[in-house]
Design a protein around this ligand. Structure first.
Ligand SMILES: Cc1cc2nc3c(=O)[nH]c(=O)nc-3n(C[C@H](O)[C@H](O)[C@H](O)COP(=O)(O)OP(=O)(O)OC[C@H]3O[C@@H](n4cnc5c(N)ncnc54)[C@H](O)[C@@H]3O)c2cc1C
Length: 434
């Protein structure tokens, strides 16, 4: 009888821990074929003249794929790396290695699902099945107390019902050994220049250094968990610093379930969301499920409303000044300089600069979201476009307005703070905001 080989198509699940497609493939097949595809779609310049992936996130991705390859090799496996359209590459590799099925984790945003639909169609022509798994959320879709179409639009209701009626599944075990076919050309991980990008210049003012991959992700999780006080948050306030886990979670170097179960060890019998870390992870789930429910509506300027927010006559110029940190409002400019130089700003600062773009400058929020898409090291479609739509006031439920609670008028923020001194260049130009 011929051997069965399953192709494991890695996308935003760049890890060997808690990875259902990897474990299932090792159980169901004699051999598995792990594949990662650098898709040129993600490295193009958009119609807005912005890059889909800036060089800071791209470098983090390259490091993450390299780490995945090393971790698979430690298990006796290998990672095939190719550059090209997955709808061409996956069927080619499947044919070359005579695979009988392809596994992947299902995505939620329309560009990502569009790519897997193309792959599915191409495989279908070869009479091969693309099997979809669910692996990007804390709560498994099938454990929710409601079907996707009935998920509450209010975060508060979603949280209450999910916490009352659902449990987070345990992590999936990591395979102890992987058998792969003989691979003659595993393929090189591209350089940034191959993707049309320049090497980022590390800014020595950065207060945190990111390195891509599961290995660094688990180190950061351990470091964070061991140093923070996970006691109940006071009136919903974070009682500890940000975990800095988002970049790894977004690429799937770290599973949210892993973070949850580690955090739960410190909750001391309390409610899961008494841990600020778990509460934040619930927001992430909420946006992913909202994208599953509502599709591409979150990407439209008008969102769920009849009209998009009003724009200033010179909104295009104001957007340029905002993105370059040249609004003349010191706090905003400092935050934007930090974002552009490091790829990371805190949730609070994301809210402030986003609200400033929408409410004060009256510029196009979708351009702001696209700028974040280029610059953020942790960009994730549902988290980014979902948060932006809320701040722009065009989301499905604007009653959950926690966003505005901490957002003072940017002009009133302390102009002499260390933060501004650190991140505001002396030659920052002045703009009078009407
Ligand atoms: C305009 C705007 C755009 C954003 N774009 C993104 C994005 O592209 N990718 C992204 O991961 N997060 C995004 N966020 C959410 C949030 O700002 C970041 O997840 C957080 O700042 C990351 O830092 P941390 O890992 O230290 O978070 P922590 O505060 O330690 O939170 C733990 C984890 O919970 C999740 N999380 C926290 N806050 C949110 C939130 N508001 N929405 C969804 N998930 C959350 C993240 O996975 C994060 O790693 C955005 C927020 C705003 C206001």
């Amino acid at each position: 009888m011929s051997e069965k080989t399953i192709l494991v198509w890695f996308r935003n699940d760049l890890r060997i821990h808690d990875n259902e497609i990897l474990l299932e493939a090792t159980k169901k097949a004699d051999k598995i074929l792990p594949v990662y595809c650098f898709d040129p779609f993600y490295f193009k310049t958009t119609t807005l003249g912005l890059q889909k992936t800036g060089n800071i996130r791209a470098r983090f991705l390259l490091e993450s794929v390299a780490d995945l390859r090393r971790n698979l090799q430690k298990l006796g496996g290998e990672l095939i790396v190719r550059t090209g359209n997955p709808a061409d590459i996956i069927p080619q590799v499947a044919q070359q290695y005579d695979v009988s099925e392809v596994y992947h984790h299902r995505e939620v945003a329309f560009e990502e699902t569009g790519i897997s639909e193309e792959v599915e169609t191409a495989l279908w022509r070869m009479k091969l099945n693309l099997k979809h798994f669910i692996g990007h959320t804390l709560y498994h879709k099938e454990d929710l107390p409601f079907p996707i179409k009935d998920i509450p639009d209010s975060f508060a209701t979603f949280k209450k019902k999910v916490e009352r009626d659902s449990d987070v599944r345990p992590c999936i075990e990591t395979p102890i050994h992987i058998t792969v076919p003989e691979i003659s050309e595993p393929g090189n991980i591209p350089m940034l220049a191959d993707l049309g990008l320049t090497e980022p210049i590390d800014d020595n003012r950065a207060d945190f250094h990111y390195h891509g991959g599961e290995t660094a992700a688990l180190q950061q999780l351990n470091a964070y968990i061991s140093t923070i006080d996970l006691a109940p948050a006071q009136k919903g306030k974070h009682n500890d610093g940000p975990s800095r886990l988002s970049a790894w979670i977004s690429l799937g170097c770290l599973s949210q379930r892993m973070v949850y179960h580690e955090a739960m060890k410190h909750v001391n019998g309390g409610h899961p969301s008494s841990s600020p870390l778990i509460l934040e992870l619930l927001w992430r789930d909420y946006f992913r499920f909202m994208f599953k429910k509502h599709g591409r509506q979150f990407f439209n300027p008008e969102g769920f409303k009849d009209e998009a927010p009003e724009l200033a006559p010179n909104h295009a110029g104001l957007f340029c000044q905002w993105k370059n940190g040249q609004t003349g409002v010191p706090y905003i400019d400092a935050v934007m300089h930090k974002l552009n130089a490091t790829g990371y700003i805190s949730n609070h600062n994301r809210q402030i600069v986003a609200a400033f773009l929408v409410d004060q400058l009256k510029a196009d929020w979708t351009k702001g979201a696209a700028w974040f898409e280029e610059k953020l090291i942790d960009y994730s479609p549902a988290s980014n476009w979902g948060n932006w739509a809320f701040i722009a006031g065009v989301a499905n439920d604007t009653r959950d307005s926690r966003y505005f609670a901490g957002v003072k008028q940017a002009e009133n923020l302390e102009t002499e703070s260390d933060f501004i001194n650190t991140w505001l260049p002396e030659n920052s130009s002045n703009l009078v905001v009407a």
